[in-house]
Ligand binder design. Structure first.
Ligand code: AMP
Ligand code: MG
Length: 410
């Protein structure tokens, strides 16, 4: 059988990964620290907001019915109400009140005419105005309870906390919120050829995967910890992994292919990690292994620097987001067009590193000149991954393509 036929499709692989991940236990955070997190519980409104109908415009509070006939309509102005003030007069038929944005709507009024649609009466002083335009009942009025009604659901569990959501909570006098805690993520590099960036290389290559993955974890909202560099022996990989306690996620890089000294898969099995997938029909990133032991997720990422980043983006980041309580976790996709040509044998979906730029109403994706996953050059300056479908074999200039925005960039 063709090797590629036995590999898992990318979306099915991600579905399997996500099935292993559920939101972590909740912690309470001050709202100042909760931006980008999600709510671990429903939050009910404790206050009705706005507390009263109020004006959305600087203008005149009126009874809409008074303006149903021929225009303009001349009305006496009973008083002026400012934001923070309280109306003293009722708007009876045939009268109006001057009102500022945010001021409570007086009793009797049901709409506001913006000041630009009102003309002062010559020699009438401030006491009378001519209204030039009819309004419908409710126009330019922010109704009581539009933001929140006491006792009803304000924000549901799982809602991502952006700035407006935090504003809704602050307005309730709520200063902290329960959110799934951030995942603790251990990162292990494996390979006899590796050294740390602060060591003299002496013929070795610098471990760039660990610090890169740590940044990617942090950007995804997790807390990374570096475990170090394991040698390519069962004992070394086993020792490092068995020391990794108290983590929600463990990431290793390299040693997951079919090379003679690729021990990661074997060691994971030996320490009791149940394997849920191995090898995905993608390039780069085919030799990915994913498993679980207890509540800890293990990802054996490929060693090539670009492959480890691509598999992080396609599988690890969605899993971290799920642990953080997000429901919308699949990589987002935007439509674009290919600037150039691409070809490949069918069998693997390729994730081509491209630089995309908006021009003449389209997002044009130009593949980077270098696509070999062994060098970081093939990821530097990329803004998107172009999804070159598994069964496709060629794409021409101008063809519509699916682009995944990258979270790596500056
Ligand atoms: P492997 O999966 O062990 O065959 O590694 C594939 C390639 O990735 C090799 O060329 C490694 O030197 C390289 N590589 C593995 N680990 C790292 C790392 N932590 N940082 C940078 N390159 C790595
Ligand atoms: Mg290796």
């Amino acid at each position: 059988m063709n090797d590629a036929a036995t590999l898992l499709p990318e979306d099915e692989a991600r579905a399997r990964v996500l099935a292993l991940a559920t939101p972590l236990s909740a912690e309470w955070l001050a709202l100042d620290d909760a931006l980008g997190r999600t709510l671990a519980e429903d939050v009910l409104a404790q206050r009705t907001l706005p507390p009263w109908d109020n004006s959305a415009m600087d203008g005149y509070a009126v009874r809409a019915d008074d303006l149903a006939g021929p225009l303009p309509v001349r009305l006496p102005v009973l008083e002026t109400v400012y934001a923070g003030g309280t109306p003293r007069q009722e708007v009876r038929p045939g009268t109006c009140v001057r009102i500022m944005t945010g001021a409570p709507l007086p009793v009797g009024a049901d709409a506001v005419v913006m000041r630009e649609r009102v003309r002062p009466v010559p020699d009438g002083g401030a006491d009378q105005v001519d209204i030039l335009e009819a309004v419908e009942s409710g126009q330019h009025v922010r109704p009581r309870g539009e933001d929140a009604k006491e006792g009803t659901l304000l924000l549901a569990r799982g809602t991502p906390l952006g700035i407006p959501e935090l504003g809704l909570l602050w307005a309730q006098g709520i200063l902290s919120a329960p959110v799934p805690r951030a995942p603790r993520v251990a990162i292990l590099s494996t390979g006899d050829e590796l050294c740390r960036a602060d060591e003299p290389p002496r013929g070795r290559i610098v471990d760039t995967n660990a610090p890169s993955l740590a940044l990617a974890v942090r950007r995804a909202g997790g807390h990374p910890s570096l475990l170090g560099i394991a040698q390519d022996t069962r004992d070394s990989v086993g020792e490092f992994l068995s020391r990794a306690h108290g983590f929600d996620v463990v990431l290793t890089s390299a040693g997951v292919s079919v090379g003679e000294r690729d021990y990661v898969k074997e060691v994971l099995a030996a320490i009791g990690v149940q394997q849920h997938l191995w090898r995905v029909a993608i390039k780069p990133g085919k030799p990915l292994v994913v498993g679980k032991r207890g509540s800890t997720l293990f990802f054996g990422l490929p060693g090539n620097p670009t492959s480890s980043l691509v598999t992080f983006e396609l599988f690890v980041r969605p899993a971290l987001r799920r642990l953080l309580g997000h429901t919308d976790v699949d990589p987002s996709r935007v439509p674009g067009r290919l600037d150039g040509r691409l070809s490949k044998p069918p069998g693997l979906a390729h994730f081509v590193r491209v630089t995309a730029a908006w021009k003449d109403g389209n997002l044009w994706a130009r593949p980077l000149a270098t696509q070999t996953s062994g060098v970081l050059r093939s990821a530097a300056t990329a803004t998107h991954l172009l999804h070159f479908a598994r069964e496709a074999s060629s794409l021409s200039h101008g063809d519509p393509v699916e682009l995944l925005p990258l979270s790596w960039g500056a």
